[in-house]
Ligand binder design. Sequence first.
Ligand code: DON
Length: 361
Amino acid sequence: MTKAMKTNIAQLRLRQLSALLLATSLFVSTSCAQAPAVASAPPPATAIAAPAATADLQRVVDSAYAKFKDDKSGKNADYIPYLASVPSDLFAVVIVTADGKVYSAGDIGYSFSIQSCSKVFTMCQVMQESGPETILKKVGVEPTGQAFNSVTALGMFGNKAVNPLVNCGAMASVSLVKAKNAEERWQKILAYQSKFAGEQLKLIDDVYVSEAATNWRNRGMAHILYNNENLFCDPLEATDVYTKQCSIGVNAKQLAVMGATLANGGVNPITKERLMNSSYVPRALAVMMTAGFYDESGAWSFNAGLPAKTGVGGGIVAVVPGRLAIASFSPPVNEAGNSVRAQLAIKYIAAQLGASIFDGR
Ligand code: DON
């Protein structure tokens, strides 16, 4: 056996020992604590395996920010008129680790509309409330290979929602949240998204007004879904609550904490609240991997190798399971509606950290 092999094995044993110690300490602390609201399991042991030292994570965030801050590619989305008015030069990069440490650069305090990044957490809410099978059977989990608002995809897939991360599937997810009326549906969604962020989130009224006045296409698709029994509440209610959900304001740090909750097996690393059964998290991440970038999901997997979700407001959140989340915000988007600079920053960080989930080295 070579010296290098012996060192590798020693490192592996050390990591296994630390994982065991963490699991033991978690068991001791959780067994003394109050019972959690949902069935829980300890966060994955890998949560302790920091990918790099603190200084390294701050350095990689700073260098991603410096490298791309002057990149002016892309253009703000304007089919929702408000989005065209957001300053295009805003740029933020944040890492939040699975144990709650925050590393950031740029405009991290700016509150932008979460848009399609919200779709992930409503999918999680439906899984948590009704089980992952509900998403599989009633919404679907196949990538469409089409744009986020594709009417063609609806036709191609037999008027089904197809997956929770395109607009049709997101409205179907909204319709599956158990609620007696529109207000309850909205309040439940807002509360759940806020718990992922670890802070009370608020609607950005101007975004909502702007989007609600122009969301004819979503209203049309919701009616087709409902007509085919693939939407489970009134179609205008589903569209309106979905539009509100997309108009929730988040800053880049809050978005990163939302992702870090998934990285941490469903437990918010700041508030320590369990929001999702740990066994459901891989299913959510699988959908993000295959459909989070719509018709660019293949290229994103190829280049970054991380489950992620984009929003047309300029936010992207990516998850390194068991380790951390990376969020970035920059309003100019490409043809597919995905932020150009946020993609560059996250891809760069993923490569620097060797974080692709497909990299077994
Ligand atoms: O329904 C819409 O068109 C928007 N509220 C959300 C679209 C979106 O974020 C696409 N993602 N990049």
